[in-house]
Structures are given as structure tokens and as C-alpha cells.
Design a protein around this ligand. Structure first.
Ligand code: ASP
Length: 481
């Protein structure tokens, strides 16, 4: 009997994981799930991330040194960066259009919005911001009302500050904030290659790998060749590791989903539904935008530009990477699988995939940038703050930079959202509002991030005549070991 294709097995794992979480929380077994099942999900992410750093290092070195022709390398680099920038800005554009049309932040209880506005105005007054002269609601309040609201806001704020998880994120963002706009370029240059690889700062690893790969082209052939062979061999080892790990992926994905959902639901499955109800319009707006990218924009661009890859084949080729992105919420952890899918199924050349994908996993986050724009504007609407056109343009710019600066790990986009909010004079602490639904939306936006990388690498391969795709038929890589 033929074995069920791996991506179906993984989807079954995913669904069973969700079912398990719902059953276990309604039976009061959440603690059991967290103690005995969730750790396997963590092991899975650790395994994938363990491979991700050396894979980025060696595949970029291999990619760059394999290109050997300096002008091709320059061309590929320029194309990659331009394509990534265009897709990011495009995604933000879609997000802005949706959030300004649907206006999810206005579709809530009006009383709540008025209260929010007062909270905002109190914040503005106490922070002495330049926007303080724009106060509308506070000016109409009597001193007694003002006092009452001040008390309510203080309670709200103290409740939020008790959330230590959130505080961690705020602290992280605070560290980021202290630096200038070019700090991420400065940070890209490692001072110590061992710590760059050990700590994984992917931008540093990428910088080092490109530098190493280029220099390899400039030393004597007899010295360079053994190094290239070594890199080649070791790269194969890491790719094989992915195949081995993927054999157990269905179980790992089950554990991951069961653990994450139980964490959210606790012993009350209704809690997840309730969380969604409150933030339903916001989540829906974002999910529509993300779905548009995944199901309409990327596959159609690929189909139109390459003229070879059909809609269905596109999904069949990259679905394991998409499922992995959904399960792990991490583009970095998904990278080994993305590389495999793009090379083996879409038949993008190694030169292109080795170069474009690792960089994409780190800097190209279309889903994250769209999310940051939608979330910032939703929150402004929710607090009755009108953002001018110039402020919305600032959001486009900061969301682009913030998505480049976001690490390819869970919740990184949420941390960077604080900077986007603060760039237009809104309090970063507002992320507390959307925090409850963030994990699920993170899963969805990571799918967009990964699909965007796969799309761009396919387009670039096609423009370089290095796309060797043949209609799939039965030929889908099943990660056979
Ligand atoms: N989890 C996302 C990724 O790894 C980043 C984010 O938006 O939080 O691509």
C-alpha cells in the first residue's frame, strides 16, 4: 500500500493537535498536555532551528562561491533586494486598503471607544506629547468625571503591567528603541563569528557568509576548492538532517499544536472563542489580507511570470513549508523545509535558492509588515485617534524597516510593532490589546512570509533561466530518507 503523502500526514497531525487541545481543555487535562505533550513540540522547533543557522551559513557560502561570476552575483543581489522590497510594500498597501475600508477598530462598542479615547488623552497629557493640543473628549469632561476616568485608566494599566510576558516584549522593544535608524546595519557586522553563529543573529550570519563566499572567489583555485568541497559536503549533511526530522514531523506538529492551543485555552476551551470574538473584526481584516496574498497574489504572479507553474502545482510544491510555517510560527525554523520544497519540487537552481531563500527568511516578511500596518491602524481606530496621510506613510516606512528587523521567530513582529506605533506618536503598550490573538495571527503571517520567499526565489530563477520546473504529476518530494 502506498504511504500517505507526508504533507497529508502533517495536516492530519495538525488537526489532531487542535482536536486534542480542545478535548483536553474541556476535560481539564491542560496541565497534562503542557507537561507531557508540549515538550515534543519544543523539541521539534529546537531541532529545526539547530539546523537553520548552519544551513544559512553553508548554503549562502555555497551559493555565492558557486556563482563564481561577479556580475551575476551583483545582479542576483540587486534583484533579490528589489523584489523583496516591492513585495513588502505591496503587502503593506493591501493591508492599509483593507483596514481603511473595513475599519475594524470602529466596529466595536462606542462606549468602549470613548473610554479608550480618554485613556489615550490622559496618556498624551502625562507624556506631554506634541499631540496634546488635539484633545477632544477630555475638554468636555467635568473635573469629577475626569478623576473617575483617571482612576479607571490607572487600574487598567496596572492590570496590564502584571502580564510579565508582555513586559518582556516591551523591554525588548525598549532596547531596540535606543538605537538610530541605521543601527540594524551596524549590528549586521559581527565582531565575533563564533558568537554570531552561537547567538543566532541571522543578519550577522548572512553578512559573514556572503563575505566568506566572495573572498573564496579571490583566492587560488587549489586552496579554494577543498573549502568549497567541504562546504558542499557539510551542506548535504544538514539537508539530509531535514529529511530525517521530517519523517517524524506529523507527530511533532501534533505535539506543537496541542501544546500551543492548550496554553491559550487553559482549562476553558470557550476562552479561545471569546478572545476571538473581542478582536474578531481586526483578526478577520488581517486574515483576509493574508489569505489574499497566499491564495491569490503569489500563485497568480508565479503562474503569469513563469508560465510553467500552475496554481495547483504551486501549492503542492510548497505546502509542506506552508504547513511548517503555520505550525512553528518561525520562518527561520521553516527555512530547511522551504529550501527543500523550492529545490526539489519547484526545481529552482541551487545557485538561486541557496542565495535568495536564507536572505528572504531573515529580511523578507510580507505577512509581518502587513500585520504591523493593519494592527497599528486598527489600534488607532479603536482609540479614536485619526491618523493623517503623512502618518500612514510613516507606518509604511516603519513597517517595512520593522519587518526587515524582525527576527524570524515567533512574536518577533509583535515586538517590532511597538516601534511602528511609537513612530506615529502612539503608545507601544497598546500591543497589550491585540496580544491575546497574536499567536494565531503569527501562525498565519508566517505562512505569508515563507510563501513570499518561495515566490520571489521562483521569479528570480525564472528571470535567470534557472527554473527547471516540470509539471508535478506524482513527483512531490516526500522527504524520503
Ligand atoms: N513569526 C514570524 C516569522 O518568523 C515573524 C513575526 O511576524 O512575528 O516569520
Amino acid at each position: 500500500m502506498r504511504r500517505l503523502a507526508l504533507h497529508w500526514q502533517i495536516i492530519i497531525g495538525l488537526i489532531l493537535g487542535i482536536i486534542w487541545a480542545l478535548v483536553s481543555s474541556s476535560m481539564g487535562w491542560s496541565q497534562f498536555t503542557l507537561d507531557w505533550i508540549a515538550p515534543f513540540g519544543d523539541i521539534f522547533i529546537r531541532l529545526l532551528r539547530m539546523i537553520a543557522v548552519p544551513l544559512v551559513l553553508f548554503s549562502i557560502i555555497k551559493g555565492v562561491s558557486g556563482i563564481s561570476d561577479g556580475s551575476k552575483l551583483g545582479r542576483l543581489g540587486a534583484k533579490t533586494l528589489i523584489a523583496y522590497l516591492i513585495t513588502t510594500i505591496f503587502a503593506i498597501g493591501i493591508g492599509l486598503t483593507l483596514v481603511n475600508t473595513i475599519q475594524p477598530g470602529t466596529l466595536v462598542d462606542q462606549d468602549q471607544r470613548t473610554k479608550n479615547r480618554i485613556e489615550y488623552e490622559l496618556w498624551v497629557t502625562s507624556n506631554n506629547k506634541e499631540f496634546a493640543d488635539d484633545l477632544r473628549i477630555m475638554d468636555s469632561l467635568s473635573p469629577a468625571e475626569k478623576q473617575k476616568y483617571e482612576k479607571e485608566v490607572a487600574t487598567l494599566e496596572s492590570q496590564r503591567s502584571e502580564n510579565s510576558n508582555l513586559q518582556d516584549k516591551l523591554k525588548k522593544a525598549d532596547n531596540q528603541k535606543g538605537s538610530g535608524p541605521l543601527q540594524f546595519i551596524v549590528d549586521m557586522v559581527p565582531t565575533n563569528i563564533v558568537s554570531a553563529v552561537g547567538k543566532p543573529s541571522m543578519l550577522q550570519v548572512i553578512f559573514f557568509a556572503i563575505f566568506f563566499g566572495i573572498v573564496l572567489l579571490y583566492i587560488a583555485k587549489d586552496k579554494a576548492q577543498p573549502v568549497i568541497n567541504f562546504v558542499d559536503g557539510i551542506n548535504e549533511v544538514f539537508i539530509k538532517m531535514v529529511d530525517v526530522i521530517m519523517q517524524v514531523a506529523p507527530f511533532f506538529v501534533f505535539a506543537l499544536l496541542a501544546g500551543k492551543m492548550s496554553e491559550m485555552a487553559g482549562d476553558d476551551p470557550k476562552a479561545v472563542v471569546d478572545i476571538f470574538k473581542g478582536l474578531g473584526w481586526y483578526s478577520l481584516t488581517l486574515v483576509i489580507g493574508l489569505a489574499l496574498m497566499i491564495f491569490v497574489i503569489y500563485p497568480i504572479i508565479v503562474q503569469v511570470v513563469t508560465r510553467k507553474i500552475s496554481y495547483v502545482d504551486f501549492f503542492r510544491s510548497i505546502s509542506p513549508a506552508q504547513i511548517m510555517a503555520f505550525s512553528t510560527s518561525s520562518s527561520a525554523a521553516t527555512l530547511p523545509v522551504t529550501l527543500d520544497c523550492v529545490r526539489e519540487n519547484l526545481k529552482v537552481s541551487e545557485d538561486v535558492s541557496n542565495f535568495v531563500l536564507p536572505i528572504g527568511a531573515t529580511v523578507n516578511m510580507d505577512g509581518t509588515s502587513m500585520y504591523q500596518a493593519v494592527a497599528a491602524i486598527f489600534l488607532a481606530q479603536f482609540y479614536m485617534v485619526d491618523l493623517s496621510f503623512a502618518q500612514q506613510m510613516t507606518i509604511v516606512l516603519t513597517a517595512t524597516l520593522a519587518s526587515i528587523g524582525s527576527a524570524a521567530v515567533p512574536s518577533a513582529g509583535l515586538v517590532m510593532l511597538i516601534l511602528v506605533l511609537e513612530s506615529v506618536g502612539l503608545p507601544g503598550t497598546w500591543i497589550a490589546i491585540i496580544f491575546p490573538v497574536d499567536r494565531i495571527l503569527d501562525m498565519c503571517r508566517t505562512v505569508v512570509n515563507v510563501t513570499g520567499d518561495a515566490t520571489v526565489s521562483t521569479l528570480i530563477a525564472s528571470s535567470e533561466n534557472e527554473l527547471f520546473f516540470e509539471p508535478l504529476g506524482d513527483r512531490v518530494d516526500n522527504f524520503e530518507v
